[in-house]
Write a protein that binds this ligand. Structure first.
Ligand SMILES: *[C@@H]1O[C@H](CO)[C@@H](O)[C@H](O)[C@H]1NC(C)=O
Length: 212
């Protein structure tokens, strides 16, 4: 096939000249009809709708497309290799990728917001998703998992690590803190609150109940 590296107009003139030459040589002999051109070229041909993207009208309603385009009126750009994963060929060799895919041919899975904490971007049923390591979760693997749970308003800030509100401590924020310790066997049951045993009372269970 001919390769269009010239501008279409120069090419058009060249083809005309070639057609004329072939016509002359054939006119003078009894040799077989037909031309050596790769297509039948009619300089009076009209194409409606016209050929797009510098395609040449070689016969009525037949376009010869320049490199990188195809289709009846050369309306479609072509991309080789083809755009993958539903990508659209925008112009020769240039794919527009749907969200979730990237790379020159839309062949790469792309998680737009990224995957954190060692998460891996993977196509799941044609959709880009982060596959998270076991101790992280969330669409970007942004949320740590605390298997023990974080109680009393604690927040899981890293795998297995709770950040506890004031007054609570422990791996799951399950232990209350009494700034003044509970005495006489009293138990700190919530921040600065003692539950007293038996005969004791008072904020720290330091008093003996009065017996009447
Ligand atoms: C091409 O179309 C024109 C205009 O419609 C017509 O006059 C001509 O005969 C056609 N040529 C061929 C080869 O059919």
């Amino acid at each position: 096939m001919m390769d269009f590296t010239f501008t279409p107009h120069i090419m058009w003139l060249l083809l005309l000249a070639l057609a004329a030459l072939v016509g002359i040589s054939l006119g003078g002999s009894d040799g077989p009809r037909g031309v050596a051109l790769p297509f039948v070229f009619d300089p009076k041909a009209t194409c409606d709708p016209p050929c797009k993207h510098a395609g040449i009208c070689i016969r009525n309603n037949t376009c010869f497309c320049s490199r990188g385009y195809e289709g009846e009126t050369c309306q479609f750009a072509n991309c080789y290799p083809k755009c993958k994963n539903g990508g659209e060929c925008l112009r020769p060799g240039k794919c527009r990728c749907p969200s979730g895919f990237g790379g020159k041919f839309c062949h790469r899975v792309v998680c737009d917001a990224g995957c954190w904490n060692g998460g891996e971007c993977t196509a799941v049923n044609g959709e880009a998703k982060c596959i998270c390591p076991s101790s992280w979760t969330g669409s970007r693997c942004q949320d740590a998992i605390c298997p023990q749970g974080c109680k009393n308003g604690g927040i899981c800030v890293a795998p297995g690590i709770c950040s506890c509100p004031d007054g609570w401590i422990g791996g799951a924020c399950h232990t209350a803190v009494c700034k003044k310790p509970c005495v006489n066997g009293g138990k700190c049951v919530s921040p600065n609150t003692c539950r007293c045993r038996g005969l004791f009372t008072g904020p720290q269970c330091e008093e003996r109940k009065k017996l009447y």
